[in-house]
Design a binder for this molecule. Structure first.
Ligand code: CMC
Length: 434
């Protein structure tokens, strides 16, 4: 465990009187952890923690979250500052390399990413194999996984240079693939990337330009897109990042690992929530129905949950949600949509939920996805593209975490154990006796 130190021990005594001592380990900030790696060898017991609510699966120097205080930092920099002072290329460099780039480093990094944005022309055949009504996340899982069949020269995971080339390729090509998935679904021609545009501008261009007319770029909109990418770039060991690490721990190539992460992100409890928020706001429809839906969310016999509320780690305001709410207002102002009824509905829902005893007691606050759907809808994205945008932004987090794991000399295949509850050994029953 690099960067950590043993800072004490925890003893526990079993019913038979045997005492076991386990090391307590400190990182740089945050709670200490009990190192249970030798627990089974010492006691013959495993720990039981479905959902990993009390388990650190790795040590990492990339992202820190204090869920009680509502703090999110990448490499020590607070997300609010990164969102207001930097751009997505700065954040990508920071996540991948550990430090903010100087001017020269940033130019080179931006150039390198820009010159990897095109995809192999033959990938177009793969797109054409999908039905037009395929969900773009289904296309993303398939196409990103298929990159391993196109870029053989960056799949040797033992070679640090190839790992970095694969990382750059993934960060660079994701917006191109995402825009292609969109274009395919609406029956428009694919638009090639343009090297004189920034990462966010390029994505907007490839999504919304058509051969007959270029998308009219607004600096406010491009900045909002960039900020959405920053806010979703990494979030320590969330479900999709853990999936990427687990897939990577077996030695699978990076394109396959990121495809696994995209599959996990798709679920409504994770990245699919922004799509679900908009569906929920559409279902609620008007401000006078908010109370009815709050009551549904509180009713234990009703599976309905307020989408965009609650978080496994944040038991305070999600710091990303604050920036997202500000960006939402800026975008709607720029587009002349500040009286958008859906924004009013979202604000009213937030206000009522934050005053409600149920939400206060369970510490359920709006998360990053609560306002992102409204922004993305205003920008012209269909709801099916929302999670795709999350995947574009999170790719840098996935590859940074994957690289960190690959560089760890102590890295092992991830292989959890279980509490078996099936039948004990019993004799086989021949077919004619069943
Ligand atoms: N609406 C109503 N009740 C809720 C909600 C909600 N959105 N979220 C949690 N609860 C209740 C839940 O019923 C439970 O009550 P009880 O203790 O009485 O059984 C309690 O709060 C704790 O919930 P939990 O499901 O045990 O908590 P969790 O940490 O396993 O789940 C979560 C976290 C994000 C999956 C959950 O809050 C949720 O389903 N939220 C809605 C989906 C959502 O917005 N997801 C986006 C997360 S942020 C983006 C990302 O990181 O991907």
């Amino acid at each position: 465990m690099s960067g950590s130190k043993v800072s004490g021990s925890v003893n526990f005594t079993e019913e038979n009187g045997e005492t076991t001592s386990l090391p307590l380990v400190s990182g740089s900030v945050g709670p200490q952890v009990i190192d249970i790696r030798k627990l089974y060898a010492q006691t013959g017991h495993f720990t039981y923690d479905p959902g990993f609510t009390s388990t650190a699966s790795c040590d990492s120097a990339i992202t820190y979250i204090d869920g009680d205080e509502g703090v999110l930092m990448h490499r020590g920099y607070k997300i609010e500052e990164l969102a207001s002072e930097s751009d997505f290329m700065d954040v990508c460099y920071l996540l991948l390399k550990g430090e903010l780039p100087n001017a020269e480093e940033k130019d080179k990094f931006t150039h390198d990413i820009t010159y990897h944005t095109m995809v192999h022309e033959q990938l177009i055949q793969l797109f054409r194999g999908f039905r037009r009504d395929a969900h773009p996340m289904a296309i993303m899982v398939g196409v990103v996984g298929a990159l391993s069949a196109f870029y053989h020269d960056s799949t040797d995971i033992t070679d640090a240079h190839q790992r970095m080339v694969a990382s750059y390729r993934l960060i660079a090509k994701m917006p191109t693939i995402a825009a292609m998935a969109y274009k395919y679904s609406v029956g428009q021609p694919f638009i090639y990337p343009k090297n004189d545009l920034s990462y966010a501008e390029n994505f907007l261009h490839m999504t919304f330009s058509v051969p007959a007319e270029n998308y009219k770029m607004s600096p406010t909109i491009a900045r909002a897109m960039d900020r959405i990418f920053i806010l979703h770039a990494d979030h320590e060991q969330n479900a999709s990042t853990s999936t990427v690490r687990l897939a990577g721990s077996s030695g699978a190539n990076p394109f396959a690992c990121i495809a696994a992460g995209i599959a996990c992100l798709w679920g409504p409890a994770h990245g699919g929530a922004n799509e679900a928020v908009l569906a929920m706001l559409e279902e609620i429809g008007t401000v006078d129905r908010v109370q009815e839906f709050i009551a549904k969310a509180k009713d234990k016999s009703d599976p309905f949950r307020l989408m965009g509320f609650g978080h496994r780690v944040y038991k305070n305001y999600d710091p990303r949600a604050k920036v997202m709410a500000e960006t939402c207002h800026e975008v709607l102002e720029e587009l002349g949509m500040k009286d958008e009824p859906m924004l009013k509905l979202a604000m009213e829902l937030e206000r009522i939920a934050l005053e409600d005893e149920y939400f206060i007691e369970k510490k359920l606050f709006p998360n990053v996805d609560f306002y992102s759907g409204i922004i993305l809808k205003a920008l012209g994205f269909p709801t099916s593209m929302f999670t795709v945008l999350f995947a574009v932004a999170r790719t840098v987090g996935w590859v940074a975490q994957w690289n960190e794991m690959m560089e760890d000399p102590g890295q092992k295949i991830g292989r959890p154990r279980q509490l078996y509850t099936g039948p004990a050994e019993r004799p086989f029953v021949p077919l004619n006796k069943r």
